[in-house]
Design a protein around this ligand. Structure first.
Ligand code: NAD
Length: 433
């Protein structure tokens, strides 16, 4: 049974064309940045690949993991830990590069990095059940397995975190409890962000920060169009950390969230779903499936007529083959790169606005920055201060894109211009180019 990528699948031979590299190349032309400088900015500084021999339920499972440290011109490498079945080195590289662009756009003193741990926990669970090594629920198994994986991961990379070379945080497949495993080893509150409430250096508001930012970016867009929230509809893919909090804030503001899907199924109500009830259901059931509403699939969700479509799950879900069927007015990238480069061009051609990930989902890293600074300086911030800081940074990010937007650039182009300009300038100042 396959439980994740083999080393060969993980490494692959050559970086495939990526959206961030394409956007950077276009931006470098506009900004007249020399090609050799661009090349240095696109490539990562350091790549670690590590096999993790993890003992899970008495069986040694060899799991491939990697850390990509992309750029730290503007501050320590910062980026989440992704635990998913089909993570590979180039996806991790692309996500690390995205962090470099995101931290620069948010204008926080951090660089870009990312971790990817390739494991199919559902397949591993089935294997453990078959071998009668485990007889609990998947949720129990997942919790235990992730702890074991994180302990092994920290055993290898703890020194990077402890020295603040790379400061990890949650991403898809990881959350607060996994960050605690890092803290347990480093005992340093500044070595990791996204720590749960009550753990030294925890940041009130961090849990909901990314979802809050998605909500704020969406609401500001409505405001600019002069549209009342209660006249707008939203369809959302992914109901994990980001999606569920974004839905809750939007619902609270009066927006009708008409459809939600996750890995297990979906729920649809044209009059607007009861989001607090869906959250309660998910707390109990662990997924959207089983919630009392009309069913919805991921494929249908993308073709649903709505004002805002918010993919908040995986990357590359909207691409050249399905972008033509997307019927929203605006697409908000809550996930990282949910739309491919070709998909972006199709949406643009069809007059669909795209609010890019570097801006839309920056709330988490903005509050992570506060959490890191708090842990270094000993100050304590409140949830209100954290959310206010998100609003301030989002307003600042939008203002910084203003001149390029006025020249007719899309938001994805404008945000890339701002980020590239900032990273390039700092690298020049630091004699890194
Ligand atoms: P999560 O693991 O908490 O939740 C992921 C959700 O996506 C789950 O509801 C899962 O069922 C769903 N999902 C996964 N695969 C799917 C599929 N094929 N079809 C439909 N649904 C699917 O993850 P998260 O932390 O909410 O992250 C979601 C996205 O947001 C990722 O792209 C991540 O990189 C990005 N992001 C997260 C943060 C953060 O602070 N957690 C910050 C910035 C960006």
């Amino acid at each position: 049974m396959k439980i994740g990528n083999m080393l060969e699948d993980y490494v692959q031979s050559k970086e495939p064309p990526t959206r961030s590299a394409a956007l950077l190349a276009e931006s470098a032309k506009r900004l007249k940045i020399p090609r050799d400088h661009l090349k240095e900015i696109v490539k990562p500084y350091t790549v670690y690949i590590q096999r993790l021999p993890v003992g899970i339920a008495g069986k040694v499972c060899n799991i491939i993991s990697g850390i990509v440290l992309h750029n730290r011109a503007r501050g320590p490498y910062k980026g989440g830990i992704r635990i998913a079945a089909n993570v590979d080195l180039w996806e991790t590289t692309e996500l690390a590069r995205l962090m470099t662009l995101k931290t620069a756009l948010a204008n926080v003193e951090l660089g870009g990095g990312k971790s990817g741990i390739s494991v199919d926990l559902r397949a591993l669970y089935r294997l453990m059940l078959n071998e009668k090594r485990f007889n609990g629920t998947f949720r129990e198994f997942e919790r235990m397995a992730k702890y074991d994986i994180m302990d092994e991961f920290t055993d290898h990379f703890g020194w990077l975190f402890a020295k603040h070379v790379y400061i990890p945080a949650p991403d898809m497949g990881s959350s607060g409890p996994e960050m605690v495993r890092i803290y347990n080893v480093t005992r340093d509150p500044a070595s990791v962000t996204g720590k749960p409430d009550g753990i030294e250096g925890w940041m009130p508001g961090r849990k909901e920060a990314t979802g809050y930012g998605v909500y704020y970016a969406t609401l500001k867009h409505m405001e600019r169009l002069g549209r009342a929230p209660d006249c707008c509809t939203v369809a959302l893919q992914g109901f994990g950390n980001v999606g569920s909090h974004a839905a809750a804030f939007l619902h609270e503001a009066g927006v009708k969230v008409i459809a939600v899907t996750d890995m297990t199924g979906g729920a649809y109500d044209p009059a607007g779903l009861d989001i607090p009830a869906l959250m309660k259901h998910c707390e109990k059931a662990g997924c959207v499936d089983g919630f009392k509403a009309k069913p919805m699939t991921n494929e249908r969700l993308f073709r649903l007529k709505c004002d805002y479509l918010i993919p908040a799950a995986r990357g590359h879900v909207i691409h050249d083959r399905n972008a033509g069927g997307v019927r929203c007015k605006v697409l908000v990238e809550a996930a990282n790169m949910p739309v491919t480069y070709d998909g972006m061009k199709i949406l643009e051609g069809n007059g669909i606005d795209l609010i890019p990930d570097t801006y839309a989902n920056a709330g988490g890293l903005i509050v992570s920055n506060l959490e890191y600074r708090q842990a270094l300086g000993g100050a304590k911030y409140s949830r209100e201060q954290a959310l206010a800081y998100i609003r301030e940074r989002f307003d600042d990010m939008y203002a910084s894109m203003g001149p390029a937007l006025k020249r007719g650039r899309t938001m994805a182009e404008a945000s890339t211009d701002v980020s590239l300009q900032r990273v390039h300038q700092t690298m020049l100042q630091r004699s890194l180019l």
